[in-house]
Design a protein around this ligand. Sequence first.
Ligand code: AKB
Length: 318
Amino acid sequence: MKTKVLVIGANGQLGSVLTKALQKKYTLENVIASDLRTDEDFKGIFEVIDATDKKRIKQVIEKYKITQIYHLAAILSAKGEELPLITWDINMKTWLNVLEVSRESNIEKVFFPSSIAVFGAGVPLTDTPQTTYLNPATVYGMSKAAGENWAQYYFDQYGLDVRSIRYPGVIGYQSLPGGGTTDYAVDIFHKAVLEEDFSCFLEKDTSLPMIYMDDVIRATIELMEAPKECIQIRTSYNIAGVSFTPNEIVAEIRNFYPNFKVSYDPDFRQDIAAGWPSSIDDSIATEHWGWKSKYNLEQITQTMLAELKEYYRLKLAM
Ligand code: AKB
């Protein structure tokens, strides 16, 4: 059967970049992007979907004969703490809708993004292992941990081919994150390039797992393409990119912008970050489907600064 992909949450930080990568792989006509609102600059097929509306997801699946779904819509960790019940409701309802329509419509493969936010107190926070106690402290983390269990359930009960990754914080120049605890690691590059001061909401020595956009897109597509027998984990796979503290990223940026000024003003996001791993053991993903990251902090810094410099140059010229 011809692959027809539906991306739910296609306007988001990851969704917007992943949609383009999928269009490149499967061609424009075989990728259907969807979100709550259309994006004026979007090129390709777009459908407005509110994923809390199961009927609407099903209509689009039937209209385009969808075979794969990437479900990226969610409220992230920091925003989730401001709206706990709404976050639980939206994150769980959209995911259960996707699982249920996928079962009913015999969808071949479904992708679910989990997060390092599933980890919390009581687990080793350095090189956090694949299989360990999940004790999330945020509503977002709770929804992802529950989502992982539902993924396993649909695989066990209905044979639904659900695949998932526990994403670290994602760093990319193409899009802006929103509502996450790791967002500072994108914002900081924008400030540096604009030659503005940066106020960091985390303490300078808080180390978190991060990953560069190219690596995370490649991981997602590689996981979805891996032969079914390789996928032995149906909750979610740990993957690692690079771990660093605000202090370390500032030092890298100062190699290019020596006068870059940073102050530290930790807020509630510091408490969230303090409960998360500082690094991740992804050896099981490597063993099962060959995962390996490519970008280190130096390469991320160089690429982010060069791309954003060009972006702002073009923007100013317009
Ligand atoms: C967040 O900070 O909430 C996300 C995540 C790590 O899942 N970027």
